[in-house]
Design a protein around this ligand. Sequence first.
Ligand code: NAD
Ligand code: ZN
Length: 343
Amino acid sequence: MRALAKEKTEPGIWLVETEVPTPGPNDLLIRVRKSSICGTDVHIYKWDDWARATIPVPMVVGHEYVGEVVALGSEVRGFAVGDRVSGEGHVTCGHCRNCRAGRRHLCRNTLGVGVNRPGSFAEYLVLPAFNAFKLPADIPDDIAAIFDPFGNAVHTALQFDLVGEDVLITGAGPIGVMAAAVARHVGARHVVITDVNEYRLDLARRMGVTRAVNVAEEDLWQVATEELGMTEGFDVGLEMSGSGVAFAQMVRTMNNGGKIALLGIPSGEVSIDWNAVIFKMLTIKGIYGREMFETWYKMAALIQSGLDLTPVITHHFPIAEFQRGFDVMLSGQSGKVILDWDA
Ligand code: NAD
Ligand code: ZN
């Protein structure tokens, strides 16, 4: 089969021929139809410090996809050949305290599809059946292919009650703009998103935010107070940039009692004004991955109740043109980029 693999310990990714993987007794064999490119794949492509320390070479990468079940292990129940699925990319141990308590997203022994085990930039993927998510018929393939990052957005956005609240999202990358759309859909009052990249801010505008603020050019507090009439600051903050500068701005502009969910991954240590956290009595919560599988059910239900994510998908390429997909991701001038294995 064809697969995109990290073949060499240098920047790049390579289209290779490799063996179709064999499913174990508890696994599904999935024929991948579409796989989208994640920021993680870009780290692996660039071969940065994190990738060097994490990825064994050679490794088939990728973990955002939609496909079809083509074979089942002997112990698998609840799935059939022909089922359309996406899947949770965190493969958990099942025997640690958190796993046994049903808090699989907190497993200490998590392995990542396309990071620590072969991934979905391939014609076929082996996945534990436990990790597969059977897709309702009314979820289109393109949307299903981005369920993994959509899950990060949903998991973060639904941490705190958003109904009637003023929400600040820092970082209008694909996950930030999807979180903004979720906040709108579930009934937030103002959804304000910040970035320094105009392409991304435009994407956020197409996703229906109240106001997209270019913080390199505009003053966020001025926009919030003078333009939107908010006198007390934001009630909920979703940090989705990984930028320490953005996080500091969020802490400054939160109302007393504000709640912050942190998804963005900073490249190093970030300092924080603890006095603001204390005197405002802020709640700050880190978010990792998706809840298995509550987040997945919420995702399907949000789409079924009319949430429109289509603007976030900005590019499609047939697999033979994968390099163009990575180039556009590297340029920062994209939302989600989907690679099509059937084309
Ligand atoms: P992305 O890199 O595409 O988007 C981040 C955006 O932040 C960019 O558009 C960038 O221009 C913007 N930004 C940079 N400086 C800023 C500033 N000062 N103010 C406002 N915006 C600024 O990333 P993504 O794929 O949308 O993912 C969002 C974040 O979530 C990333 O940090 C990613 O590493 C992280 N992530 C975390 C998890 C998890 O489980 N915790 C999972 C997936 C992604
Ligand atoms: Zn575990």
